[in-house]
Design a protein around this ligand. Sequence first.
Ligand code: PEP
Ligand code: MN
Length: 353
Amino acid sequence: MIVRLRKGATQEQLDEVVRRIRQAGLRPDISIGIDTTVVGVVGNTQSVDENLFRELEWVDSVIRISRPYKLVSREYSPDTRRFRIGGALIGGGEVVIIAGPCSVEGREQILSLAEQLQAAGAQALRGGAYKPRTSPYAFQGLGEEGLRYLEETRSRTGLPLVTEATGTHHHPLPGGRVEDRAVLEAVVRTADVVQIGARNMKSYGLLEEAGRLAGAAGKAVLLKRGEAATLEEFLLAAEYLVLHGCPDVMLCLRGIRTFEAQSFQRYTSDIAAIAILKRESNLPVVFDPSHSTGDRRLVHAVALAAVAAGADGLLIEAHADPRAALSDGQQCVTPDELSRIVQDVRKLERMRS
Ligand code: PEP
Ligand code: MN
C-alpha cells in the first residue's frame, strides 16, 4: 500500500501517517520527492482499512499494490532503482559489463585475467570462490583463499567484485577440511555485490540473511533466476532481499530449463523475460549469456539480443584459456572475444537511447 501526501504536507502530518502505520504493526518507507511525499506501507496490509489514511485531509491518495510482490514492483516505485557498482552505475541506461571466470583458480590467474578483462571493457570482476557444483566430486572453489585473491585483484585494478555466497553454512574443502567462517559472512565482507545463485533462489533463509547482512554492510545483491522458477517466484525471492534490508538488488536471468536442455544449448535464453521484468519491476535487470547458452559460440549473439531487449547489464564468463578452465570452460569467452562483444554492445546501446 502507498500513501501519497498532498503537496505542502508538514512534518507533523507525515509523523501522524507514520504513527498510524506503526500502530497497525506495519513499517513505513518514506520517500520525499520534490513536490510530494510518498509513504510505502510495508508488511501484510490486507486487513488494513484504507480509511485509516484517507480520512486525513493531508492525504492525497491511498493506492493498493495489486501484485504479490510489492517493494520490487513498478507500481511501488515507477523509477528504476539505480546504484553504483564501483565506478559504474547500474539502472542508469548504460549497460554494465560484469565479467570473469566461473571460478577463481589461483592468484596469478585472477590477477592477470582481471587486467585483460578490464582492458576489454569489463567494469566489474565476477569470480566464484565458493561454487555450487552439481557433482560433489567437481571443483568446489578455493573458498577463503579465493576471496583473498579477489581482494588483492580489486586493490590492484580497482574493479569491484561480484562473488557468490552459497549458503549460511560452512564450506567443505577437499580432504574433509571445513572453513570456520560461515560462507555468507565471508562473502559479504569481501564482495561489492553478493551473488545468490540459481540453485539458491528459493533458499528463503539465505535470502533473509543475505538481505540483512548485505543491507547493513551497504553491499548490493545479484540474484539469479532459478532454472525452473516462474518470474513471479523470482520477483518474490527478490522481495525477500529488499524486505529484509537490501534495497540494491539486481535481477539476473541465466536461462531456464526447457525440452531443449543439453543438446544444443545448456538452458534456453529467456530474452522476453528481460522486457517483462523491466515492465513489472523497479530493479535493474542483468542477463547472463554464458550460463543460458553453455556455449561460447553463442555468447556474442545472445548478449546483443539481451541488450536489444533492454538489459541493464551483462554477466559474461571469461577465461584466458577456456579449455583449461576448472569449471564452465565451454562457455567462457577469451578477453579478445569479450572486447568485441563490448564494442558491439556500445554500438547497440546508442540505438536504444
Ligand atoms: C555461476 O554464475 O557460475 C553459476 C553457478 O551460475 P547459476 O547459479 O546461474 O547456475
Ligand atoms: Mn559458471
